[in-house]
Every structure is written in structure tokens, then in C-alpha cells.
Design a protein around this ligand. Structure first.
Ligand SMILES: Cc1ncc(C[n+]2csc(CCOP(=O)(O)OP(=O)(O)O)c2C)c(N)n1
Ligand SMILES: [Mg+2]
Length: 621
């Protein structure tokens, strides 16, 4: 066996640089697009030396915060339909634990990212090294153990040759459609620098391919029988449809059988917004037309969705329908006593086709859905084009102006733009109102809904899809939580357009607080000034300018549209700030379970509790 004397870090980096993947459409591409890293003593010597040597084959990107550089890597994987990844290398201690929230983001969203935190000396010679947490009771515990519950594969490499088994396992998991998620290889700093005889075959890894697991014949037959009984079926699509690139199969299925489609946050953009059977957003953030139809469905065919509470209206939305769930992951397929159809989404839909020949939904149901979809789109047009008079705009009007600015340049926003968001009021409005014409053009991190994903996510999207406009919608609260990768976007020459909606506080939580019976408390900035404090006056445009971006604070929706036209024409990162109100929203008519106190002196809370208990009666249990 031919070998090379290499350190663990050198072997790791060379393997990553050599990895190729055959994408679903048959192209051969590098699997790892590069490595985000912030160096510290825990990785600068070991990983740093290995990365600089391979920088022509595997680019290294410097960022400003470990959590957010991992967010960028996660967004990159999502925007690539999980076909390509970025790796993330950090120092030990705080550099490593800064990654933990991002690991959780990737874990819930089933997205691949290779996390490479440094770890304390395996030799224990300098114990405690700077930034070692020191457990009194467990000698083998370090900060990196925090990754165990939030990664799908965790390994601490205490010998250099461990890389030979650990890295292929991590990659196997990340390219497996059912188990896909974040992998963490924790790298003690002395082991990173230790040499071993690395087999040359490890440096020329085999071509990676994606699997499309087919359905079990008996599950398939039961699923077909269930569908054939349905008169008012409804397809609920999730992110699995996008990751499986099943959009053509989905469209063919819906059209062949006259089945209307509604979209979760993860599934939105699987069908173009104006497809006659696409009713749009379902659930807590859904639009009333889709939610209204869902209540009458007799069979819900869930395709590639985790069925989280926002999709199911906390299990009260289609509580009485039968549930059939096509999912590549059995954990998801079996949720809520669904009839499970475990398979890749595209393969499963294609396998069902011959078994369903001649079957169609009740024509009156399909017709009702078509009318509903047309009416919903007319309503969306109305909501997103009204100009508020004498009051602050709300998110719908901002969304419309951002979208319609494309037409001024002869562009189609639905085709050109990737709209990205994660938390706050905006997800509910974008879910309902954003128009996406192509798969992946709606990028919502709503598995963890992690404030601070947005700006960094926009960077990751631009890295994955340089030919598209990466448009970040972000509230003032989320922007304040994490924004430093704005500077990274300029450093790396990755343009994005960030639209900040400044309603001066945590608007969505304020509304939730009032709805649950509490008074305004600790959410809006003006309600949070103690004696001796100062009224907050954050100048977002000035802040963005200080980070190197071009920025403007517009005074209304008309100015926003004009600024967006300029921003689209620009080459570098643009930030547009607009003052908005949190007091107007687009209601979708769907309940969400938020636990209300059982006892309280406040009449408003008692009343909210009574409503809560009543709504619970409608849940599927
Ligand atoms: C990291 C994190 N912390 C807390 C929350 C809970 N949370 C969800 S939305 C929100 C407020 C968002 O404020 P902003 O971005 O200004 O949006 P707005 O609702 O005001 O439009 C909070 C605190 C969260 N989702 N993520
Ligand atoms: Mg806000």
C-alpha cells in the first residue's frame, strides 16, 4: 500500500479538496466548496498549515463570528439542495461553542455542514490549556461534547489515523437523504498536528452519488389504495420535495389527478406561485384560502415534510383528514399515525403513478381549488400593491415593492430573486405573499427560526447561486442579533441586498404577548427604557455603512422601490432600511398552540386561557 506521511489536518484537507459528487442532474462537481474558518490557538497551526497548502483546490474564507459563518455554510447547502457543502473550522472553547447554535439549525433543518472545532490536547500535557472548560467529574469531557445532541455524527479524533474512518462516515451521513444533517469532527489541537502514514487511496476518494431509495411494495400498494379512496385529497409539500428535486414529479402528480398543492415554509417554491393548483402557504403562517381548503380535505398527502406545528396548525388544521406521509426518513413518515410511505420523494411519486391510473380527485374539489388559487393570487396582488396613506407601511407592502422593483429593470423577480428570512413577523408575510417561480427561490430557515441567520444566510446563498439576486429580509431585532457577516460579504465580493424592516422591537412577540393576555412588556424598545436609560436610536443605515455596505434609509414604500431598482443594478452589498409598523399583519386564520397560564389575576389571561382550552379540543391526538 502506498502511503504518504501527513498530519491529520493535511489528510483531512486533501481528502475534502479531492471529493467530487455526481449531482442529481449528472454533473460532476467538487463536493466541498471551501472552508470558513476563524483561527485561534486550537486550529491555526494544525488546520491553518493544511489549509494554506491546499488553498488553490479548496478555498478558505475568513469570517467574523463562528455561529454566523456556519449559518452561511448551512444556507449554502440549502441553496445547493444539499448537493454541496462548506466546512467550518474553529478554535477550541468559545470558538467551538459559538458553533453549537448553528449545529442545531442544521440539525433541525436536515442540512449538511461539516463542523471542525478544535479540541483540548489529547495528550493532556498542558492541562488546563487556555479555554479548557474543566469538568470536575468527567476527564474525557470538553466543550465539544455540546455538539453531541445537535449533530447526526459526532467524533472526537484522538489519533491521526481516526480521520480514515471518521471523515468517510461523516460524508456518508451527509450524502444520505434520510440521515442528512450536520457532522462534527472534533479535532484536539495536538492530534491535528500529528503525522501518520496516510494511504494514498484516501487522497483520491471515490465519486460520491446520491441514492433514491424506492418504496416497499406493500407500503406502496396501501398508499395507492388510500389515495384511490380519497375524493378531496390535498398535497402538503415540504423541503424534501426540493432536496429530492421532485418538482417535475410533483407537478405531474398534481395535474394527472387534479390534486391541489399547499406549501410549508420548507416546501415553498416546489411549484411556481402561479400554477393553477398551487394554493400557496399552509398552516400558522399560511394564507386563508389554503387553510380554508385544508379544513375540508379528506386525505392529506404529506410529501417530504416534517409536519412541524406551523404546518399542521398545531394539529388542529386537518385534524379529521386521513394522513398519508411520503418521506425518505421513517421518523418523519410515521408521525401522527400517518400511513407511512418511506421513499425518496421523486421515486415515490413516480412509483405511485402507474398504480393511480384513472383515479382523480372529485372534479368539484379540483375546481374549488383552482378558483381558490386564483382568488388567493388576486388577493396577494392587492395586499402587496396598496400604498399606505398617512401610516407606516407593514411587511406586505415592503414585499410588494421589493418584488416589483425587478420589473422596472425588465427582470422577473420570481425567477431572478432568492428571498431569504428566518424569524420575526416577516416569515409569516413572506410565506403568504412572496412569489417564487423556481425551486429554491424561497429560502426560509423555519426549522429553528434562528434570529441572526439572515445576513449570514444571504452570504451563503450568494456563494451557492452567484447568478441570482440574494435578497435578505430582516427585522431590526434579528439584524441586531447578528450582522457582522455583512462585512464578510464585502470582503469576499458576494453581493446581497439586505432590507431591514425597523419596527423598533420584537414586533411578532409583542403581538403574541398581547394575544396571550399579558400587557406590553419587554419587547418594543420604547417600552424598555428604565429610569436613567436612554431611548434607543439605532441608525441602521449608518451602521451598515460603517461595515462597508452602501445603504439608505428610505421614507416610504415608493422610495423603497426606487432604492431597490438602484440596489439591483449595483455590484456590491446594499442595505435598505425602512420604518414599518408591527400593528398590521396579513391574517391567515390558523390557530397556533402557545401555552397560556392556567391561573392568573389578569382577566385577559383567563379569557385567553379559555380560548386556548377550547382550541385544544380540535387537535388531532
Ligand atoms: C436566537 C433567537 N432568539 C429568540 C427568538 C424568539 N423570537 C422570535 S421572533 C423574535 C423577534 C424578532 O424581532 P424582529 O427581527 O425585529 O422582527 P419583528 O417581529 O419585529 O418584525 C424573537 C425574540 C428566536 N427566534 N431566535
Ligand atoms: Mg422588529
Amino acid at each position: 500500500m502506498k502511503t504518504q506521511r501527513l498530519t491529520l489536518a493535511q489528510a483531512l484537507v486533501k481528502h475534502l479538496a479531492a471529493l467530487r459528487i455526481e449531482t442529481h442532474d449528472g454533473q460532476i462537481q467538487p463536493y466541498c466548496g471551501g472552508v470558513f474558518t476563524i483561527f485561534g490557538h486550537g486550529n491555526v497551526a494544525g488546520m491553518g498549515e493544511a489549509l494554506v497548502a491546499e488553498r488553490d483546490r479548496l478555498p478558505t474564507f475568513r469570517a467574523h463570528n463562528e455561529q454566523t459563518m456556519a449559518h452561511a455554510a448551512i444556507a449554502y447547502a440549502k441553496a445547493s439542495f444539499r448537493e454541496r457543502i462548506l466546512a467550518v473550522s474553529t478554535s477550541i472553547g468559545p470558538g467551538a461553542t459559538n458553533l453549537v447554535t448553528a449545529a442545531a439549525v442544521a440539525h433541525v433543518n436536515r442540512l449538511p455542514v461539516l463542523l471542525l472545532p478544535g479540541d483540548v490536547f489529547a495528550s493532556r500535557r498542558p492541562d488546563p490549556v487556555l479555554q479548557q472548560i474543566e469538568s470536575f467529574a468527567q476527564g474525557d469531557v470538553s466543550a465539544s461534547d455540546c455538539f453531541r445532541p445537535v449533530t447526526r455524527y459526532f467524533d472526537r479524533l484522538t489519533r491521526p489515523e481516526h480521520i480514515l474512518t471518521a471523515l468517510p462516515r461523516a460524508i456518508q451521513m451527509m450524502t444520505d437523504p434520510a440521515n442528512c444533517g450536520p457532522a462534527c469532527l472534533s479535532l484536539p489541537q495536538d492530534v491535528q498536528a500529528m503525522a501518520f502514514d496516510c494511504p494514498e487511496s484516501f487522497l483520491q476518494p471515490e465519486l460520491l452519488r446520491f441514492r433514491r431509495p424506492p418504496a416497499d411494495p406493500r407500503e406502496l400498494a396501501s398508499a395507492a389504495a388510500l389515495l384511490r379512496q380519497a375524493r378531496q385529497p390535498l398535497i402538503v409539500v415540504g423541503g424534501g420535495v426540493l432536496y429530492s428535486q421532485a418538482w417535475d414529479a410533483l407537478r405531474a402528480f398534481a395535474e394527472a389527478h387534479g390534486v391541489p398543492v399547499v406549501e410549508s415554509h420548507g416546501g415553498k417554491s416546489s411549484l411556481p406561485w402561479d400554477h393553477p393548483l398551487n394554493l400557496g402557504a399552509i398552516g400558522v403562517d399560511g394564507i386563508s384560502g389554503a387553510n380554508e381548503l385544508a379544513r375540508s380535505a379528506d386525505l392529506v398527502f404529506a410529501v417530504g415534510t416534517r409536519l412541524q406545528d406551523f404546518t399542521t396548525g398545531s394539529h388542529a388544521l386537518f385534524a379529521h383528514a386521513r394522513l398519508l406521509s411520503l418521506n425518505v426518513q421513517p421518523y418523519d413518515a410515521g408521525k401522527w399515525s400517518a400511513s407511512a410511505l418511506v421513499a425518496d420523494a421523486r421515486t415515490g411519486l413516480e412509483q405511485l403513478a402507474p398504480l393511480l391510473q384513472g383515479w382523480a380527485a372529485d372534479p368539484a374539489w379540483t375546481e374549488r381549488a383552482r378558483r381558490n388559487a386564483a382568488a388567493t393570487n388576486a388577493r396577494i396582488q392587492e395586499l402587496t400593491t396598496q400604498l399606505p396613506q398617512g401610516v407606516l407601511p407593514y411587511d406586505a407592502e415592503v414585499i410588494g415593492a421589493v418584488r416589483d422593483s425587478a420589473a422596472e429593470l425588465g427582470l422577473d423577480s420570481g425567477v431572478q430573486d432568492v428571498a431569504l428570512c428566518a424569524a420575526g413577523t416577516l416569515p409569516a408575510e413572506l410565506h403568504k405573499l412572496w412569489r417564487a417561480s423556481k425551486p429554491g427561490n424561497y429560502h426560509m430557515e423555519y426549522g429553528y427560526s434562528c434570529m441572526g441567520y439572515e445576513v449570514a444566510g444571504g452570504l451563503g446563498v450568494k456563494m451557492a447561486r452567484p447568478e441570482q439576486e440574494s435578497i435578505v429580509f430582516v427585522g431590526d431585532g434579528s439584524y441586531m442579533m447578528a450582522n457582522s457577516e455583512l462585512a464578510t460579504s464585502l470582503l469576499l465580493g458576494k453581493k446581497m441586498i439586505v432590507v431591514i424592516l425597523d419596527n423598533r422591537g420584537y414586533g411578532c412577540i409583542e403581538r403574541l404577548q398581547l394575544k396571550t393576555g399579558s400587557p406590553s412588556f419587554n419587547n418594543m424598545l420604547d417600552d424598555c427604557v428604565p429610569e436613567g436609560g436612554e431611548r434607543s436610536r439605532i441608525d441602521f443605515a449608518m451602521h451598515a455603512r460603517a461595515m462597508g455596505a452602501d445603504s439608505v434609509h428610505v421614507k416610504d414604500v415608493a422610495e423603497l422601490k426606487a432604492a431597490m431598482v438602484k440596489a439591483r443594478a449595483a455590484k456590491r452589498t446594499q442595505v435598505i432600511v425602512i420604518d414599518t409598523t408591527h400593528t398590521r399583519i396579513t391574517d391567515g386564520g390558523c390557530w397556533w398552540e402557545v401555552a397560556i397560564p392556567e391561573v392568573s389575576d389578569r382577566a385577559e389571561v383567563q379569557q385567553a386561557r379559555a380560548g386556548y382550552e377550547q382550541a385544544q379540543q380540535g387537535q388531532r391526538l
